[in-house]
Unconditional design. Structure first.
Ligand code: NIG
Ligand code: ZN
Length: 417
């Protein structure tokens, strides 16, 4: 593999520094190099600094590397999306119309649509079909500068289909340039055939699904939708504690539609992250800050459901480490655009442009345990790099709703541009 040298970047945002969740003022530290250079070899970052520094050290190697002129361009780490439901079958555009006509997200779900509709379509799809449909979405992520993606099961809600989703993601992680980090989410909903027998479904999940998923090594995390009408905090705790015993790290869809003690539960079980949090209580936020739970906020979902966004500004001020994500899924957020999510984090949650970038890189990497490899540009880390068609990070957040990606390198290989 020919080494690549990106040089003369107007602004090289490295995010070098603490390799852990950034909080408060730490969320504004970008470690910018003006007229920057990054040299990538064997999939990793070999050197990074000002162009004159790298010229002095490696100038004589110019003839044996691919040189990319990044004059006038912003260069950043590849974006990380720490919360998606990317591996699903089918589509739900009719529900979009229904919601515009006045139905709510939960009404549609309780009437057999929503997650249940995608569960039917995912059960019908073969593993190959799931791989093909998900490949298109991962290609779109890459085109938007996203090089690492978390993906959840949870549209099977039976052992066979949950395993099919996770195996499809395993294949994609091996075949697609994107790093796809898997989460088991048998706790996404109680399947319709278990209506009125919720505890029996949880027994199945705890006694059959979780052990099988752990035995096959198909997931790193275990997530649950703790919400009124889905799983109670007590049921959610049982599911998450059962996963912990098998080595699966807890995550929680918490306080999305109603304030339900999800943030508090995240702190109690030691979740790596809590997701959504639109209705999280002040006490829940305080407990999350104390326990070091990362808030994974999803402003595109709030917009799409026409809800007020989570209180991102207040969370940062309260000392919570904030990450952001698309929540890519067929119902509440059918998008793969992390740049749009960064824009929305600024507009609807009052993050600064710098905080939005940290939330989409280092803090997002921490929310899926990938910070040793991705989330910043530092010697020895994976060479996941984006060159943008803007000259500084403020411009990236200011010119909103547009894809400014110029080129993307994944593990040192150019995959876009
Ligand atoms: N809220 C629960 N789960 C997903 C939506 C799933 C769906 O509607 O298909 C979410 O994170 O938004
Ligand atoms: Zn979700």
């Amino acid at each position: 593999m020919t080494p690549v040298w990106i040089k003369n970047a107007a602004q090289l945002v490295t995010l070098a520094g603490e390799n852990g969740p950034r909080r408060k003022e730490g969320m504004s530290e970008l470690s910018i190099i003006e007229d920057g250079s990054v040299l990538m070899e064997n999939g990793e970052i070999l050197a990074i600094g000002s162009t004159s520094q790298l010229e002095a050290l490696y100038g004589e190697r110019s003839h044996e590397v691919d040189v990319i002129d990044a004059s006038g361009r912003l260069v950043t780490p590849g974006l990380v999306d720490p919360h998606t439901h990317v591996a699903y079958g089918g589509s739900r555009e009719r529900e979009f119309e229904m919601r515009l006509e006045g139905s709510t997200y939960m009404e549609i779900m309780n009437a057999g649509g929503g997650i249940h509709a995608t569960t039917r379509m995912t059960r019908e799809a073969t593993e190959d079909e799931l791989v093909a449909q998900t490949t298109r979405r991962l290609d779109s992520f890459l085109a938007h500068g996203v090089t690492t993606v978390e993906g959840k099961s949870g549209y099977g809600l039976d052992l066979e289909t949950e395993l099919k989703q996770l195996r499809a993601m395993k294949r994609l992680n091996e075949s697609h340039p994107i790093d796809l980090v898997p989460t088991f989410m048998g706790g996404h909903a109680v399947p319709q055939e278990y209506k009125g027998r919720e505890e029996q479904y949880i027994d199945l999940l705890v006694n059959d699904m979780l052990p099988k998923v752990a035995e096959e090594g198909l997931a790193v995390f275990n997530d649950v939708f703790c919400e009124v009408g889905v799983f109670t905090p007590e049921q959610s705790e049982r599911i998450l504690e059962a996963g912990k015993k098998l080595g699966l790290i807890p995550k929680i869809h918490a306080d999305e539609i109603e304030s339900y003690g999800g943030a508090e539960l995240a702190a109690k079980v030691g979740a790596i992250s809590a997701e959504h949090l639109l209705k999280a209580s002040d006490e829940g936020m305080r407990l999350m800050a104390e326990a070091g739970v990362i808030a994974c906020l999803l402003p595109a979902t709030a917009l799409y459901l026409r809800e007020d966004a989570a209180k991102g500004r207040a969370m940062i001020d309260a000392g919570v480490a904030v990450a952001i994500s698309t929540d890519c899924n067929p119902g509440s957020s059918p998008t793969t655009s992390m740049p749009l999510v960064m824009n929305l984090a600024c507009i609807s949650m009052r993050l600064t442009p710098a905080e939005a970038l940290v939330a989409a890189t280092m803090n997002a990497a921490c929310a899926i345990g990938m910070e040793a490899k991705v989330g910043s540009l530092e010697v020895g880390k994976q060479a996941d790099v984006v060159m943008w068609k803007v000259s500084n990070y403020q411009e990236l957040q200011y010119l909103f709703g547009v894809n400014h990606v110029g080129s993307v390198w994944k593990k040192g290989v150019q995959v876009v541009g």
